[in-house]
Design a protein around this ligand. Structure first.
Ligand SMILES: *[C@@H]1O[C@H](CO)[C@@H](O)[C@H](O)[C@H]1NC(C)=O
Ligand SMILES: *[C@@H]1O[C@H](CO)[C@@H](O)[C@H](O)[C@H]1NC(C)=O
Ligand SMILES: *[C@@H]1O[C@H](CO)[C@@H](O)[C@H](O)[C@H]1NC(C)=O
Ligand SMILES: *[C@@H]1O[C@H](CO)[C@@H](O)[C@H](O)[C@H]1NC(C)=O
Ligand SMILES: *[C@@H]1O[C@H](CO)[C@@H](O)[C@H](O)[C@H]1NC(C)=O
Ligand SMILES: *[C@@H]1O[C@H](CO)[C@@H](O)[C@H](O)[C@H]1NC(C)=O
Ligand SMILES: *[C@@H]1O[C@H](CO)[C@@H](O)[C@H](O)[C@H]1NC(C)=O
Length: 388
């Protein structure tokens, strides 16, 4: 504890004494002397591969093949860029003694694991960039801290694969993000958004989900938020359901972006088309077009007349067809039952009829055999042909 608090304190005093003309009091002279003596120890060192600028309060360790966060980052640092390295793991000990750190970028690394409370020693942190990483195992308390004050979180192209959305969603839910106003989740191949993933983000205004593979938006997905900018371009949405549209309609300041989705122009898109017709919220409404079916490809959703979908007429026809099949079935059933009933009532008559038919048959057969025998008699045949 003494080690970590000692040097920064004297660094601060050194800074003060170098900037301001020393006041002419004995105590201050003593302090100056003390800080001069401590100067070699207190000089805010710059970690070897990094570049530090004290006036700009900025430290950059860019493209240095670092495999871990460097130790002894100067306490004055407000902006820290450790980008384009090979860092794979962020632990809770990596960022200590940086009370002034506002911006932290860890973009373009190979971060796959983030431990519990990884950023909790950074009380001033506002901007956190984890884009272009390989997040796979993220502790649910990774972002959690007593006072999470992060305002912007960049998770673009940061998931290892689409399964990583589950731990990331859990870490967002449990992160205690009271001030998060901007969240970027672009280019992540996300197929679905876990239920309630955004529900705790009361300050969220700007949500970017561009270039994922979202197939459906549930009405609970953005429920209770008050978004101003929601980007869903380049996803896999075939339509949006009326409940989800109603939820978005409730967010009065929202600008929604929907282009480059594979809209399927069948009856399921009717609700969306009529919603688009009366909503002012979709910023790129002119760019929305059908992808299927083929004869409607590239037709603007705004130009789709109700007749082209032909939902109501075909629905009607289908219904009448179904009704007539049912009717036919009932009629056939009744006829069958009546027939069986008639058979039952006439069972005696039928028996007699069967017997008499059998007798008639027998007689007929006998007669036939007789005639056959005569026919096959050569003499008789001869006689008859001679007659003709
Ligand atoms: C977030 O990261 C992506 C990818 O690195 C980058 O293009 C984008 O500009 C970043 N957003 C902000 C606000 O810096
Ligand atoms: C949390 O942060 C806010 C602003 O960043 C500050 O006003 C508040 O005092 C902090 N609360 C605690 C418990 O640190
Ligand atoms: C994502 O990667 C993990 C770890 O390699 C694997 O277990 C999981 O099946 C992968 N998920 C997908 C959708 O590929
Ligand atoms: C979309 O994201 C994928 C990675 O998930 C990337 O390869 C592709 O270039 C991105 N496309 C656009 C247009 O940004
Ligand atoms: C979502 O829609 C269903 C009906 O489709 C409704 O029962 C449910 O209450 C809705 N949920 C929210 C959060 O609006
Ligand atoms: C769009 O709204 C107008 C009136 O505002 C209406 O005349 C028109 O039929 C609607 N079109 C569709 C496809 O709903
Ligand atoms: C629709 O537009 C795309 C890209 O502009 C084009 O490749 C395709 O041939 C068009 N299809 C039709 C049916 O016009």
């Amino acid at each position: 504890m003494l080690d970590s608090s000692g040097p920064p304190l004297s660094a601060g005093m050194l800074e003060m004494s170098l900037r301001e003309p020393p006041p002419a009091s004995l105590g201050s002279w003593g302090l100056l002397l003390l800080s001069l003596l401590l100067a070699p120890l207190a000089c805010p060192a710059c970690p070897a591969p990094c570049e530090c600028s004290e006036p700009a309060r900025t430290v950059k360790c860019v493209l240095k093949e670092l495999s871990a966060v460097p130790a002894e980052i100067p306490r004055y640092t407000r902006n820290l860029f450790i980008t384009g390295n090979q860092i794979a793991h962020i632990s809770s000990r990596d960022f200590q003694g940086l009370p002034n750190l506002v911006t932290l970028s860890l973009a373009n690394n190979r971060i796959s694991a983030v431990e519990s409370q990884a950023f909790s020693a950074l009380p001033s942190l506002r901007y956190l960039d984890l884009s272009n990483n390989r997040l796979a195992t993220i502790h649910p308390d990774a972002f959690n801290s007593r006072n999470n004050s992060i305002r912007e979180l960049n998770l673009s192209r940061s998931l290892y694969n689409s399964s990583a959305i589950r731990p990331v969603a859990a870490a967002i839910v449990q992160g205690g993000f009271r001030s998060l106003s901007k969240l970027e989740l672009t280019n992540n191949e996300i197929v679905y958004l876990p239920l309630g993933m955004f529900s705790s983000l009361r300050s969220l205004r700007h949500l970017d989900l561009r270039n994922n593979s979202l197939v459906d938006i549930k009405n609970s997905t953005f429920a209770g938020l008050d978004l101003e900018h929601l980007d869903l371009t380049l996803n896999a949405l075939k339509t949006l359901r009326i409940e989800a549209l109603a939820e978005l309609g409730r967010q009065l300041r929202l600008r929604l972006f929907l282009r480059d989705n594979p809209f399927v122009c069948n009856c399921d898109i009717e609700d969306l088309v009529s919603w688009l017709n009366q909503s002012q919220q979709v910023a790129d409404v002119e760019k929305l077009a059908c992808v299927f079916p083929r004869h409607l490809q590239n037709t603007s959703l705004m130009d789709l007349a109700g007749a082209e979908l032909g939902c109501h007429t075909s629905q009607h026809r289908k219904n009448t067809l179904q009704t007539s099949y049912v009717f036919l079935g009932v009629v056939l059933g009744i006829i069958g039952v009546v027939f069986l009933f008639v058979l039952y009532l006439n069972r005696r008559g039928i028996k007699t009829w069967v017997n008499s038919t059998r007798d008639a048959c027998r007689n007929f057969m006998e007669e036939y055999r007789y005639r056959y025998e005569i026919d096959s008699d050569p003499r008789v045949t001869q006689v008859s042909t001679l007659d003709i």
